[in-house]
Design a protein around this ligand. Structure first.
Ligand SMILES: [Ca+2]
Length: 487
């Protein structure tokens, strides 16, 4: 599907007789790629190379490769992902990577801006966004590194969250030789179903165009959920360790007869019904089959991000322009039975659901995935679903935790944030796993208030959970152990 970049350089031929200066990299020629600029920044001597790749006629993928001085290069490359449908690179991630010695690369995924309209009449640009741009930027980076330092990166890693998490899984599935180690955070890899989930939740929380839920009611609902389920895990700390075991019924908040429907302390019957629908998730109306998991108990305060407080469902443009090709398409007309199957097949280029990662495993690749257990954007059960599907498909090869580990992060939102410990170093853990074979048996997560760490907790490889040992402070990770939950 894409192999035109492999030129002489990959067989060991260097484009320069002597190691080039940063500026000289502009004369580097690669098939389908133009280097548009190469210049050192004034502060750290970082060489920033800008390139445009055109692997197919309609492609225009902008790539930036950042190269630290040879003396501080750690011999490795870090590929970075994107967010949403945006062409913005993760500049802070690239910046912190080069500061720690990595060469870093990012791309605009093949289009500028964050609007889905770039896909109108441009299926190849959708394919660039869906899978091709990250692969291409990786090849550009490896060739540039090879020419600047005289050798290929010894190890290459990729990190991304949300759409970046989808890109991470796409690389492991489609281009298993690109990276030695991959970090996939809160992946939006089940993209068509995810957008169907947004659609479902918006429709269920609206009567016609009238919104049923308010931000104040969602705050109240969230407090009730946490109060009800916090202690299930044995520690009352404001964190629900595994919200799948929380069975809180919103009907317990039903307004008393005759009370004011606007009373922020209770839910009306239609609000109770809407909340239940959001928890339950989209179903096929004919077969009752689950189309996509619901949004989990504990994620309520984040519902305003995607389906409460919006005049129309989030990502309506995905359906209008990418799926149905009709700017007047009405979200309420979506048929969760026959439209679903058709959309799945039409939009296969933007889905990364293949659970067979055996080629990646054969290449000795390591995959570290994490997911917020209160993620209000990509439901945590969808992340777990992918992990369990991989476990099932690859069972014959033994415990997949030898190369694939999932860390669920209690009470974390989408990629970060939330009341619990949600700061942790995935890159150091992945590097230790790849270079020294030290698999992460836990990740140390911390929570800070005003810059001061006030709670630490281990994150455990799924299905293990962090259990308090029964003595010592519940704010200190050392007093917890990763244990497998009872089956
Ligand atoms: Ca708790």
């Amino acid at each position: 599907m894409f192999g035109k970049l492999a030129i002489g350089v990959f067989t060991g031929v260097l484009a320069f007789a002597a190691p080039p200066t940063c500026e000289e990299l502009v004369s580097l020629t690669m098939q389908d790629i133009s280097i548009t600029s190469a210049a050192r920044d004034t502060a750290g001597g970082i060489c920033r190379v800008k390139a445009i790749a055109r692997p197919v006629a309609d492609s225009e993928i902008h790539v930036e490769v950042w190269l630290p001085p040879a003396a501080t290069w750690n011999g490795k490359l870090l590929g970075t992902g994107n967010g949403g449908y945006s062409g913005s690179m993760s500049l802070p991630t690239m910046e912190s990577a080069v500061k720690t010695g990595y060469a870093a690369v990012g791309s605009d995924t093949g289009h500028p801006g964050g609007d889905l309209k770039f896909g109108i009449g441009h299926p190849e640009k959708i394919a660039d966004w869906g899978y091709r741009a990250i692969h291409v930027m990786t090849e550009v980076a490896k060739l540039t590194v090879r020419n600047y330092y005289g050798r290929f990166p010894g190890k290459a890693y990729f990190t991304g969250c949300s759409t970046g998490g989808q890109q991470a899984l796409t690389e492991a599935q489609r281009y298993p030789a690109d990276y030695d180690g991959i970090i996939a955070g809160d992946p939006g890899n089940n993209r068509v179903r995810l957008n169907a989930g947004f659609l479902w939740s918006w429709l269920e929380t609206h009567e016609g165009v009238t919104e049923i839920l308010t931000a104040a009611k969602l705050q109240m609902l969230n407090r009730a959920v946490v109060n009800s389920c916090d202690a299930n895990d044995g520690v009352k700390d404001g964190i629900i360790d595994d919200p799948r075991r929380c069975k809180f019924d919103p009907a317990t908040l039903l307004c008393k007869a005759g009370s004011d429907a606007n009373d922020a302390a209770c839910l009306t019957a239609s609000q109770v019904s809407a909340v239940r629908k959001v928890y339950d998730g989209a179903r096929n109306p004919r077969t009752k089959e689950q189309v996509f998991p619901g949004w989990i108990r504990g994620s309520e305060t984040g519902w305003g991000g995607y389906f409460v407080g919006h005049a129309e469902p989030a990502r309506t443009d995905f359906w209008r322009y990418w799926v149905f090709g009709d700017p007047k398409w009405d979200p309420a007309s979506f048929d969760f039975d026959k439209d679903m199957a058709w959309s799945d097949s039409k939009m296969a280029a933007v889905v990364a659901n293949d659970a067979d990662l055996s080629a990646f495993r054969r290449n000795n690749g390591k995959l570290l995935m994490y997911h917020g257990f209160a993620d209000p954007v990509v439901p945590p059960e969808d992340g777990i679903g992918y992990y369990e599907a991989a476990e099932k498909v690859m069972k014959a090869g033994g415990d997949i935790r030898g190369f694939f580990r999932l860390f669920m992060v209690p009470s974390m939102g989408h990629c970060n944030g939330g009341p619990g410990p949600s700061t942790f170093d995935t890159l150091a853990a992945l590097d230790a796993w790849v270079t020294r074979g030290t698999a992460p048996d836990s990740l140390l997560a911390s929570h800070s208030t005003a810059g001061k760490v006030d709670r630490t907790r281990p994150l455990c490889p799924y299905p293990a959970v962090a259990k308090w040992n029964g003595t010592g402070s519940t704010d200190e990770a050392g007093n917890f152990s990763c244990v497998n939950p009872p089956r």
